[in-house]
Design a protein around this ligand. Sequence first.
Ligand SMILES: Nc1ncnc2c1ncn2[C@@H]1O[C@H](COP(=O)(O)OP(=O)(O)OP(=O)(O)O)[C@@H](O)[C@H]1O
Length: 460
Amino acid sequence: MARILIIGSLEAELGAAARIAVARGARLAAAEGVAAGIERLRAQGADLVLCDVVHDVGWLVAQLAEERIACPVVACGRPDDAEAAVRAIRAGAKDFLPLPPEADLIAAMLQAVAADPDRPVVQDAAMAGLIARAEQVARADASVLITGESGTGKEVLARHIHAASRRARGPFVALNCAALPEALLESELFGHEKGAFSGAVAARKGKFEQAEGGTLLLDEIGEMDPRLQAKILRAIQEREIDRLGGSAPVKVDVRILAATHRDLATEVAKGRFREDLYFRLAVVRLRIPALRERQGDILPLARHFARRYARANGLPERGLSPEAERVLLTHAWPGNVRELENTLHRAVLLAEGHAIGAEAIDLLETAPPSPEPVAVTAVAAPVAVAAPPPVAALVGRRVEEVERDLIIETLSHCLGNRTRAAEMLGISIRTLRNKLHEYRAAGVSVPPVPGQPPYGAVAG
Ligand SMILES: Nc1ncnc2c1ncn2[C@@H]1O[C@H](COP(=O)(O)OP(=O)(O)OP(=O)(O)O)[C@@H](O)[C@H]1O
């Protein structure tokens, strides 16, 4: 069932469109303005956005592209307002829906979004078997532990399980447990009441409550502090959570999926992960093979990314030359699908001519692949897989220097996406932009905004 987000007032004709969509089986959410709409998309996603042209459709489309939220936007307005329609389409809206709405047009839109564009691309037999198993367990409500090296597609698989489950109509919420310090992670997970700590100016729902009726993915669960592990265990067992500063527990109906690149059984043996939580989470275990273990997926994935980035950059869709295919098939891909994706993104931008040739496949130097799960930091560069530096190694360095390296590395991990990097760093986007200006002024190279040249005219 398609999930539609309507941005605009439901009291106007857009309300009629909403009623038709619901009558045709869509699930509806509404936001008064673009900023609120984006907030909602970040938390819960949608299959289609209908945005009233009185709002800034261009800004909405640009923001979604920057945050890599893949969701088509259809602008809506009066048919006599041709100027607004043209403006919206030029800004990147997929279509223009004239108001008052026609039931048939809405039905056609819903049908078009029903095909799942986020379905994992799979061809290798090992991976196809895993997907079949995931779809089978999706129907139950049991927790699932997804393991695999960094970049193998653990979040993609988690989203697929959610989409194939009875909770598909509910929200899918993901939280990277390694990206936040303990105190912040606790309030992100469980929410807080107003005044729970200095700075808590208003009550805020945590991820558990945001995922109500849906699925919560706890990514990088192996990095979680033991105190929070105990709280997660309680949430799963009792199906209730305590907001920070709250006086009564809150009931939650959430399916938990957990992901980690670590071998949790070993973490348990070493006393770093609670055994009881491990058994609760690992009711079903799905291990995603490294990309080098599923050669059959390399070319289908490469073609998929070549298409995606050609479209995203307004470039013609081109195939891969036989030589480029050979290069892709012989690389070890220690950064897995994420590395392949980044490589194809660069290749699409670099390639000249009718096909993507080997000269456009720019493979970054990487460490030789390790058969063991490799520890990576939350701020690892997009393709380099490296052990996290022990804090002791930082002694002797200035705080501002370490901060600068952390910010630049995080930004590069996020492929230049400012909003994502700020979120991961736990700082405001404004602070991030100010810091980046300072670094540039000092001659430090800063990862560019996706799709823009390194020192483009756009600020930040
Ligand atoms: N089977 C797939 N089909 C299409 N895209 C994929 C597939 N697997 C991974 N990707 C893409 O590769 C990138 C990495 O995937 P994802 O974030 O799910 O990996 P991960 O294992 O969760 O990584 P990490 O351990 O770093 O969190 C994403 O951009 C994702 O869209």
